[in-house]
Design a protein around this ligand. Structure first.
Ligand code: 6PG
Length: 256
């Protein structure tokens, strides 16, 4: 395994490289358990936003098994960073993936689980409804999640904020509907002001197919319009890139 931590451009940003997705997931689960317990101990509850894709499945499975009793699930509120606009139960649904891998196996009360709605005829109306849900929990200010899990696409997208999307410039809305160059194309996503306000952002990046995007995103000159995940580097809280050796590749993963 490579050295675990590289010096960051800013003190709260770091890259942590693990041998493989299993080791990576274990370290993220340990870090998440600490963050969740700290939030519950200091504020009585913890707001976590989940992502979809294949990478976090091993993490969710660990949180539901080995770490199940290390987390005060009754105090955890679960939200989503993004959602594909498909019905709950659809195999492509981020909610369904998290439900099956994690939420069905822990004592998180149903009223603490806040999936992005996908039943409105117009996805834009679903986005407005989720903004209402966020205001109900966070109040009128821009939501400040205790912890957000994100992924990285091969094209540099994160959540459902894709390269050159007008959604990248969104400042007023906390949730928007987007048409993504991916399947399914209609999606809901938290916007950058929400992502970057989180107390802790954990980005999970595994696989050789992510090495090129990761190198771009971590370079000092990355253009966030072309590589949206680079915008996370203006995070207010801590930003941790959890990377496996394949994604780190032969290129340097030292922060630029
Ligand atoms: C989604 C996402 C998305 C994902 C990346 C990485 O709903 O698709 O939340 O941003 O995290 O595309 O996906 P993989 O983990 O499958 O590579």
């Amino acid at each position: 395994m490579r050295g675990p931590t590289y010096a960051g451009r800013v003190s709260h940003e770091e890259v942590r490289v693990s041998a493989d997705i299993g080791a990576l997931s274990l370290r993220v689960a340990e870090a998440a358990a600490t963050i969740i317990n700290d939030a519950v101990n200091s504020r009585g509850r913890c707001a976590v936003a989940l992502s979809g894709g294949g990478t976090p499945k091993a993490l969710y499975t660990l949180l539901a098994s080995r770490f199940r009793d290390a987390i005060p699930w009754t105090r955890v509120h679960v939200f989503w960073a993004d959602e594909r606009y498909v019905p709950a139960g659809d195999a492509r649904s981020n909610y369904t993936m998290a439900k099956e891998a994690l939420l069905d196996h822990v004592a998180c009360p149903a009223e603490n689980i806040h999936p992005m709605p996908t039943t409105f005829p117009l996805a834009e109306d679903a986005a407005r409804e989720y903004e209402r849900v966020l205001r109900g929990y966070f109040g009128a200010d821009v939501p400040r999640f205790d912890l957000i899990f994100l992924g990285l696409g091969e094209d540099g997208h994160t959540a459902s904020l894709f390269p050159q999307s007008p959604a990248l410039a969104e400042q007023a809305c906390t949730v928007v509907a987007v048409s993504a160059p991916a399947t399914p194309s209609t999606r809901l996503t938290l916007t950058m002001p929400v992502l970057t306000r989180a107390a802790h952002i954990h980005v999970l990046v595994a696989g050789a197919n992510k090495a090129s995007a990761l190198g771009q995103v971590l370079s000092a000159t990355a253009d966030p319009t072309l590589f949206p995940a680079a915008r996370l580097r203006s995070a207010e809280g801590t930003l941790t890139w959890w990377v496996d050796e394949d994604a780190a590749g032969s290129s340097s993963v030292i922060l630029g």
